[in-house]
Write a protein that binds this ligand. Sequence first.
Ligand code: SF4
Length: 160
Amino acid sequence: MLKYVNHDIVFQEFPDEVTLAVNLSRCPNACPGCHSQYLWEDVGETLSLERLNAIAEKYGKTITCVSLMGGDNDPESVLLILSSFREAHPYLKTGWYSGHADLPRCFVNYPAPDYVKLGPWREECGPLSSPTTNQRLYHYFSDGSFEDITNKFWVKGLKL
Ligand code: SF4
């Protein structure tokens, strides 16, 4: 089950997108130095497809992307809700920020989100904007291929 605590409009998580980012709780990753420890708790409201639709529809065409931030406690629900959301909103891109280093096994069972960020927070490696980062941002295309676009953060000097 997915629960969300809050949401925000963000500009730097995905290059060239205005993103509605929904922050999910129940994070199982316990990264040392985590900046959002409140997301470790079992708090917030249940995130259903209907709820996500309602949040996104409030913003209308001012957003270009909707992303779930977290959800590693239940990746299958993340992928299911994002694929269903995209069917209903084909003009919006979808993204997922995972704190795992690898994709879950169930990833192949669903259409990939347009963007997937992988990797736990490691202070010594830095965020996506650091060339030494352990994290990766992938852009998935409709034919199933994908590209590692992490270096776009380095080129543009975006700070995450
Ligand atoms: S994945 Fe994110 S929220 Fe979860 S422990 Fe790591 S830094 Fe914190």
